[in-house]
Design a protein around this ligand. Structure first.
Ligand SMILES: NC(=O)c1ccc[n+]([C@@H]2O[C@H](COP(=O)([O-])OP(=O)(O)OC[C@H]3O[C@@H](n4cnc5c(N)ncnc54)[C@H](OP(=O)(O)O)[C@@H]3O)[C@@H](O)[C@H]2O)c1
Length: 230
């Protein structure tokens, strides 16, 4: 499986979990790998650079021949009033959160088609900031809204190739990304969840395993939000 953004946070924990379960995991990030495991292959690249991205997929094809599942996890966030958000920041966030997800999915599709599994999968990591439409998160939530829409449309366009496409909308999880989140914002977010506690890695790994495995062979085009947010 390929998981993007595996140097820190959720991507790293997912890679370590699936390695422990005996999977071969391919990961990537701009900086060097923080995982050492015989079943792990790391690519150091910026996913927003389409040449580098294509080069990574060429190497994956040469080294592994196919993919069984892909988790589009690499992403970034910002909290700012939209009036105070520079255009460059907006474009940069869309580059990694949306355009890189499209590009990865496009390249990955060619390798998922070469899998001998009856059903393969793309899982896009999204956020509860989409259904909550939180103020201060316009650019971030808009980029993930685009990912959720891509999930629905892609699920239809890739169905003929036996590829399922789903998204997982996460609440706040403690990582580098949310380290500096003000306490008030954290408390407000928690108050909106049905399950009144922080989401831990153990809470999200089950849904990820389900959506990336053939156990979810009849599930596609869905976005599942964790913590009870609707
Ligand atoms: N943490 C949360 O509370 C939360 C909540 C909802 C959704 N999410 C989503 O979950 C995903 C992971 O978040 P996280 O909290 O684990 O963040 P994180 O700790 O900041 O991890 C992001 C990972 O992506 C890599 N990355 C970032 N930009 C990249 C680029 N241009 N090219 C290649 N790799 C890149 C980073 O490595 P390098 O810096 O070395 O590139 C890092 O490994 C994101 O999509 C985020 O939106 C997180």
């Amino acid at each position: 499986m390929l998981i993007t953004g595996t140097r820190t946070g959720i991507g790293k924990s997912l890679a370590e979990y699936f390695l422990q379960r005996g999977n071969t995991v391919i990961g990537c990030s701009r900086r060097s790998s923080s995982i050492e495991h015989p079943g792990y292959r790391h690519f150091e690249l910026d996913l927003t650079d389409s040449k580098q991205l294509k080069r990574m997929f060429r190497s994956i094809r040469q080294e592994f021949g196919h993919l069984d599942s892909v988790v589009n996890n690499a992403g970034t966030a910002t909290m700012n009033h939209f009036m105070l958000t520079p255009e460059e920041t907006t474009r940069n966030i869309f580059e990694i959160n949306f355009f890189a997800v499209l590009a990865c999915s496009r390249e990955a599709t060619k390798l998922l088609q070469k899998s001998d599994q009856a059903s393969t999968s793309i899982l896009n990591i999204s956020t509860v900031a989409v259904p909550w439409s939180l103020d201060g998160q316009l650019v971030y939530s808009a980029s993930k809204s685009a990912v959720e829409q891509a999930t629905r449309v892609m699920s239809k366009e890739l169905s003929a190739f036996g590829i399922r496409v789903n998204a997982l909308g996460l609440p706040i999880v403690r990582t580098v990304l949310t380290r500096t989140l003000p306490e008030e914002a954290r408390a407000n977010a928690l108050a909106r969840q049905t399950i009144d506690r922080m989401c831990e890695f153990d809470d999200l790994v089950g849904p990820v395993e389900f959506l990336t495995s053939e156990q979810s062979g009849f599930v596609t085009g869905e976005t599942i939000y964790l913590g009870g947010v609707r």
